[in-house]
Design a protein around this ligand. Structure first.
Ligand code: PGA
Length: 260
């Protein structure tokens, strides 16, 4: 019998919490979230908190993810932190988040190199993709998803694609956007099919069936269950609600209830 698919609940704390605050918050979460075989909880604090939290966490309970890093391993890159420098602290790396794409002008090539760097350093990249409000309005959702997948994965071989997680995060649904509105489950179900269809073309059908696809964008304790019920959605990437212990713990409990 094959083991059941895991559900991923990933907390993106973005640029919040000092290392001290992050440590206190982790402590609160660890008192309330018990380890689970089927639900993998991943926390993505700021880079500066990765090392201290890596010493504090129980890795059976939580894993850590980097929010950002530079794709070269070492060298004269003032101000940057490489994935080779942080790989001892984390198991996952978020790549291509829309705030990196649109606030920091990260290019498709940067994103492809980061995905490759994460794999080279034995981390699981969580590749975020999703259309903007304008792309959706213009009927370009499918084209946007196709091109972000093609470009973001162009360095990833057939052998390595099973190491990648995809997070579908429509930019218009992310709470940091001024006019954010929550995505409907039907929008997400449609995108999930588009993603698997394109992965099948880039790799093969089995890969498309196997790859993990998460949803992110304005998820809260009230909506998490509905999103987790969408067939083919393997978990959630959570920003705002992950900063509130009650909300985040409730989301983890919901995921555990659905994947026993
Ligand atoms: P949000 O953020 O849950 O606050 O919308 C999600 C994300 O940016 O990954």
């Amino acid at each position: 019998m094959t083991s059941p698919r895991k559900t991923y609940i990933i907390a993106n704390w973005k640029m919040n919490f000092t290392p001290g605050e992050a440590s206190l918050y982790l402590n609160r979460l660890s008192n309330r979230i018990s380890p689970s075989r089927n639900v993998q909880v991943v926390l993505a604090p700021s880079t500066v908190a990765l090392q201290p939290l890596s010493l504090q966490i129980n890795r059976r309970q939580f894993k850590l993810a980097a929010q950002n890093f530079y794709w070269r391993d070492y060298g004269a890159y003032t101000g940057e932190t490489s994935v080779a420098q942080i790989r001892g602290f984390v198991d996952y790396a978020i790549v291509g988040h829309s705030e990196r794409r649109y606030v920091f002008n990260e290019s498709e090539e940067d994103i492809a190199q980061k995905v490759a760097a994460a794999i080279r350093n034995n981390l699981t990249p969580i590749l975020c993709i999703g259309e903007t409000a304008l792309e959706r309005k213009d009927g370009e959702t499918k084209a946007a998803i196709y091109s972000q997948l093609t470009n973001g994965l162009h360095e990833v071989s057939k052998e390595d694609i099973s190491k990648v997680i995809i997070a579908y995060e429509p930019v218009w649904a992310i709470s940091s956007n001024k006019n954010a509105k929550p995505a409907k489950p039907s929008d997400i179900a449609e995108a999930e099919l588009i993603i698997r269809e394109h992965i099948a073309k880039l790799y093969n059908k089995q890969t498309a069936e196997d790859i993990y696809i998460l949803y992110g964008g304005s998820v809260n304790a009230d909506t998490a269950g509905g999103y987790l019920d969408i067939p083919g959605i393997d978990g959630l990437l959570i920003g705002g609600a992950s900063l509130i212990a009650d909300s985040f713990c409730a989301i983890v409990e919901t995921a555990k209830g659905k994947n026993k």
